[in-house]
Write a protein that binds this ligand. Structure first.
Ligand code: HEC
Ligand code: HEC
Length: 168
Protein backbone atom coordinates (compact mmCIF):
# COMPACT_ATOMS: atom_id res chain seq x y z
CA UNK A 1 0.00 0.00 0.00
CA UNK A 2 1.38 3.41 -0.94
CA UNK A 3 0.93 6.35 1.30
CA UNK A 4 2.13 9.21 -0.86
CA UNK A 5 0.09 11.78 0.97
CA UNK A 6 1.64 11.21 4.37
CA UNK A 7 3.24 14.64 4.39
CA UNK A 8 0.05 16.35 3.35
CA UNK A 9 -2.61 16.10 6.00
CA UNK A 10 -1.59 19.50 7.25
CA UNK A 11 -1.97 20.91 3.79
CA UNK A 12 -5.34 19.25 3.45
CA UNK A 13 -6.48 20.76 6.72
CA UNK A 14 -5.44 24.21 5.59
CA UNK A 15 -7.26 23.72 2.31
CA UNK A 16 -10.34 22.58 4.16
CA UNK A 17 -10.24 25.57 6.45
CA UNK A 18 -9.80 27.90 3.49
CA UNK A 19 -12.66 26.35 1.62
CA UNK A 20 -14.90 26.56 4.65
CA UNK A 21 -14.21 30.23 5.13
CA UNK A 22 -13.50 31.73 1.73
CA UNK A 23 -15.00 34.95 2.98
CA UNK A 24 -12.57 35.40 5.81
CA UNK A 25 -9.71 34.23 3.62
CA UNK A 26 -10.39 36.67 0.83
CA UNK A 27 -11.71 39.50 2.93
CA UNK A 28 -14.84 39.77 0.79
CA UNK A 29 -18.37 40.41 1.86
CA UNK A 30 -20.27 37.25 2.72
CA UNK A 31 -23.04 35.92 0.55
CA UNK A 32 -26.58 36.65 1.63
CA UNK A 33 -26.99 33.11 2.94
CA UNK A 34 -23.76 33.27 4.89
CA UNK A 35 -24.64 36.65 6.31
CA UNK A 36 -28.08 35.48 7.28
CA UNK A 37 -26.62 32.41 8.98
CA UNK A 38 -24.00 34.46 10.80
CA UNK A 39 -26.68 36.84 11.95
CA UNK A 40 -28.77 33.98 13.27
CA UNK A 41 -25.77 32.67 15.18
CA UNK A 42 -25.04 36.08 16.65
CA UNK A 43 -28.64 36.52 17.72
CA UNK A 44 -28.69 33.06 19.26
CA UNK A 45 -25.50 33.91 21.11
CA UNK A 46 -27.20 36.96 22.57
CA UNK A 47 -25.04 39.56 20.84
CA UNK A 48 -25.93 43.12 21.66
CA UNK A 49 -27.60 45.57 19.31
CA UNK A 50 -24.34 47.50 18.76
CA UNK A 51 -22.52 44.28 17.90
CA UNK A 52 -25.19 43.31 15.40
CA UNK A 53 -25.28 46.80 13.93
CA UNK A 54 -21.51 46.77 13.59
CA UNK A 55 -21.62 43.44 11.79
CA UNK A 56 -24.24 44.71 9.35
CA UNK A 57 -22.36 47.94 8.80
CA UNK A 58 -19.15 46.06 8.02
CA UNK A 59 -20.64 43.42 5.76
CA UNK A 60 -23.34 45.18 3.76
CA UNK A 61 -21.58 47.94 1.89
CA UNK A 62 -22.20 50.72 4.40
CA UNK A 63 -18.54 51.01 5.30
CA UNK A 64 -17.67 51.63 1.65
CA UNK A 65 -19.27 55.03 1.97
CA UNK A 66 -19.76 55.71 5.65
CA UNK A 67 -17.57 56.03 8.67
CA UNK A 68 -19.08 55.13 11.99
CA UNK A 69 -19.45 58.77 12.88
CA UNK A 70 -20.68 60.29 16.07
CA UNK A 71 -23.38 62.44 17.58
CA UNK A 72 -25.95 60.13 16.09
CA UNK A 73 -24.82 60.60 12.49
CA UNK A 74 -22.74 58.45 10.19
CA UNK A 75 -19.76 60.11 8.56
CA UNK A 76 -18.38 59.65 5.08
CA UNK A 77 -15.30 57.94 3.75
CA UNK A 78 -13.28 59.62 0.99
CA UNK A 79 -14.51 56.94 -1.35
CA UNK A 80 -18.03 57.45 -0.09
CA UNK A 81 -17.87 61.14 -0.83
CA UNK A 82 -16.55 60.36 -4.26
CA UNK A 83 -19.01 57.58 -4.98
CA UNK A 84 -21.80 59.70 -3.65
CA UNK A 85 -21.34 62.11 -6.56
CA UNK A 86 -24.62 62.06 -8.36
CA UNK A 87 -26.02 59.85 -5.62
CA UNK A 88 -28.42 61.69 -3.42
CA UNK A 89 -27.91 59.60 -0.33
CA UNK A 90 -29.71 56.70 1.22
CA UNK A 91 -32.96 58.44 2.12
CA UNK A 92 -33.49 59.97 -1.31
CA UNK A 93 -32.42 56.78 -3.00
CA UNK A 94 -34.99 54.74 -1.16
CA UNK A 95 -37.65 57.35 -1.87
CA UNK A 96 -36.74 57.22 -5.56
CA UNK A 97 -37.15 53.43 -5.43
CA UNK A 98 -40.61 53.65 -3.93
CA UNK A 99 -41.55 55.77 -6.95
CA UNK A 100 -39.74 53.53 -9.41
CA UNK A 101 -41.56 50.37 -8.37
CA UNK A 102 -44.84 52.01 -9.44
CA UNK A 103 -43.50 52.36 -12.99
CA UNK A 104 -43.68 49.31 -15.25
CA UNK A 105 -40.21 48.15 -16.22
CA UNK A 106 -40.53 49.08 -19.90
CA UNK A 107 -41.69 52.58 -19.00
CA UNK A 108 -38.74 53.48 -16.79
CA UNK A 109 -36.54 56.39 -17.80
CA UNK A 110 -32.81 55.88 -18.31
CA UNK A 111 -32.21 57.73 -15.02
CA UNK A 112 -34.57 55.41 -13.21
CA UNK A 113 -32.85 52.39 -14.70
CA UNK A 114 -29.50 53.74 -13.61
CA UNK A 115 -30.82 54.33 -10.11
CA UNK A 116 -32.12 50.79 -9.91
CA UNK A 117 -28.72 49.53 -11.03
CA UNK A 118 -26.92 51.53 -8.39
CA UNK A 119 -29.37 50.37 -5.76
CA UNK A 120 -28.26 46.86 -6.60
CA UNK A 121 -24.58 47.75 -6.98
CA UNK A 122 -24.47 49.48 -3.58
CA UNK A 123 -25.80 46.36 -1.89
CA UNK A 124 -29.21 47.74 -0.94
CA UNK A 125 -31.06 44.88 -2.61
CA UNK A 126 -29.65 42.42 -0.08
CA UNK A 127 -32.42 43.70 2.20
CA UNK A 128 -34.67 45.95 0.10
CA UNK A 129 -36.47 44.17 -2.69
CA UNK A 130 -37.78 45.87 -5.81
CA UNK A 131 -41.03 44.18 -6.70
CA UNK A 132 -43.59 45.53 -9.18
CA UNK A 133 -45.78 48.10 -7.47
CA UNK A 134 -44.10 47.84 -4.11
CA UNK A 135 -40.78 48.22 -2.38
CA UNK A 136 -40.46 45.16 -0.22
CA UNK A 137 -37.97 43.63 2.15
CA UNK A 138 -36.03 40.43 1.56
CA UNK A 139 -36.04 37.67 4.16
CA UNK A 140 -33.04 39.10 5.95
CA UNK A 141 -34.48 42.59 5.57
CA UNK A 142 -37.69 41.53 7.31
CA UNK A 143 -35.76 39.91 10.09
CA UNK A 144 -33.75 43.08 10.62
CA UNK A 145 -36.84 45.28 10.54
CA UNK A 146 -38.27 43.06 13.22
CA UNK A 147 -35.10 43.44 15.27
CA UNK A 148 -35.17 47.22 14.80
CA UNK A 149 -31.93 47.07 12.86
CA UNK A 150 -32.91 48.97 9.75
CA UNK A 151 -30.59 51.53 8.22
CA UNK A 152 -31.66 54.39 10.44
CA UNK A 153 -31.35 52.18 13.54
CA UNK A 154 -27.89 51.06 12.47
CA UNK A 155 -26.88 54.69 12.20
CA UNK A 156 -28.40 55.49 15.56
CA UNK A 157 -26.85 52.53 17.33
CA UNK A 158 -23.39 52.84 15.80
CA UNK A 159 -23.00 56.56 15.89
CA UNK A 160 -23.77 56.67 19.58
CA UNK A 161 -22.10 53.48 20.75
CA UNK A 162 -18.70 53.24 22.40
CA UNK A 163 -18.01 50.01 20.47
CA UNK A 164 -16.52 51.87 17.51
CA UNK A 165 -13.30 50.10 16.76
CA UNK A 166 -13.91 46.64 18.19
CA UNK A 167 -13.54 43.97 15.57
CA UNK A 168 -16.61 42.65 14.14
C1 HEC B 1 -22.84 54.51 -2.22
C2 HEC B 1 -22.53 55.07 -0.92
C3 HEC B 1 -23.41 54.67 0.26
C4 HEC B 1 -23.66 53.41 0.75
C5 HEC B 1 -23.18 52.09 0.20
C6 HEC B 1 -24.46 53.59 1.94
N1 HEC B 1 -24.71 54.92 2.14
FE1 HEC B 1 -25.91 55.71 3.57
N2 HEC B 1 -25.71 57.54 2.72
C7 HEC B 1 -24.88 57.86 1.66
C8 HEC B 1 -25.03 59.26 1.33
C9 HEC B 1 -24.30 60.00 0.22
C10 HEC B 1 -25.98 59.78 2.24
C11 HEC B 1 -26.54 61.18 2.26
C12 HEC B 1 -26.14 62.02 3.38
C13 HEC B 1 -26.91 63.28 3.30
O1 HEC B 1 -28.05 63.27 2.85
O2 HEC B 1 -26.37 64.28 3.77
C14 HEC B 1 -26.38 58.66 3.12
C15 HEC B 1 -27.29 58.77 4.14
C16 HEC B 1 -27.58 57.76 5.05
C17 HEC B 1 -28.48 57.89 6.17
C18 HEC B 1 -29.27 59.11 6.52
C19 HEC B 1 -28.42 60.06 7.26
C20 HEC B 1 -29.26 61.17 7.81
O3 HEC B 1 -29.49 61.16 9.02
O4 HEC B 1 -29.69 62.01 7.03
C21 HEC B 1 -28.47 56.69 6.83
C22 HEC B 1 -29.25 56.33 8.07
C23 HEC B 1 -27.59 55.80 6.10
N3 HEC B 1 -27.05 56.50 5.02
C24 HEC B 1 -27.32 54.51 6.47
C25 HEC B 1 -26.65 53.60 5.66
C26 HEC B 1 -26.51 52.19 5.97
C27 HEC B 1 -26.98 51.51 7.22
C28 HEC B 1 -25.84 51.63 4.91
C29 HEC B 1 -25.50 50.17 4.69
C30 HEC B 1 -26.64 49.24 4.75
C31 HEC B 1 -25.55 52.70 3.96
N4 HEC B 1 -26.04 53.87 4.46
C32 HEC B 1 -24.89 52.55 2.76
C33 HEC B 1 -24.06 56.98 0.98
C34 HEC B 1 -24.08 55.61 1.13
C1 HEC C 1 -28.56 44.60 5.90
C2 HEC C 1 -29.86 44.96 5.37
C3 HEC C 1 -30.02 46.30 4.67
C4 HEC C 1 -29.24 46.84 3.69
C5 HEC C 1 -28.03 46.24 3.02
C6 HEC C 1 -29.81 48.12 3.36
N1 HEC C 1 -30.91 48.34 4.14
FE1 HEC C 1 -32.01 50.06 4.24
N2 HEC C 1 -33.12 49.28 5.74
C7 HEC C 1 -33.07 47.97 6.16
C8 HEC C 1 -34.17 47.71 7.07
C9 HEC C 1 -34.48 46.39 7.75
C10 HEC C 1 -34.89 48.91 7.17
C11 HEC C 1 -36.15 49.17 7.99
C12 HEC C 1 -37.31 48.89 7.07
C13 HEC C 1 -38.64 48.96 7.77
O1 HEC C 1 -38.69 49.08 8.99
O2 HEC C 1 -39.65 48.87 7.05
C14 HEC C 1 -34.18 49.89 6.34
C15 HEC C 1 -34.54 51.22 6.22
C16 HEC C 1 -33.99 52.08 5.30
C17 HEC C 1 -34.33 53.46 5.19
C18 HEC C 1 -35.30 54.20 6.10
C19 HEC C 1 -36.68 54.02 5.60
C20 HEC C 1 -37.68 54.64 6.50
O3 HEC C 1 -38.82 54.80 6.03
O4 HEC C 1 -37.39 54.92 7.66
C21 HEC C 1 -33.63 53.98 4.14
C22 HEC C 1 -33.68 55.38 3.64
C23 HEC C 1 -32.83 52.89 3.60
N3 HEC C 1 -33.07 51.76 4.34
C24 HEC C 1 -32.03 52.99 2.48
C25 HEC C 1 -31.11 52.02 2.08
C26 HEC C 1 -30.18 52.16 0.97
C27 HEC C 1 -30.13 53.33 0.01
C28 HEC C 1 -29.40 51.04 0.97
C29 HEC C 1 -28.22 50.74 0.08
C30 HEC C 1 -27.15 51.76 0.07
C31 HEC C 1 -29.85 50.20 2.06
N4 HEC C 1 -30.90 50.81 2.69
C32 HEC C 1 -29.31 48.98 2.39
C33 HEC C 1 -32.12 47.04 5.85
C34 HEC C 1 -31.08 47.24 4.94
Amino acid sequence: MKLPAIGQPGGAVILLVLSLSPVAALGQEPSREASNATLDRMIAAGKSQPELAKYLFNTHGCKNCHTVGRDGKLGFTAKGTERAQGFEGCTNMLTAMTVLVQVPEDKRSPQQRQKAERFEEFGCTACHKITPGKLDLTEIGMKLAHLHLGCVDVQKVLATSPLKSSAY
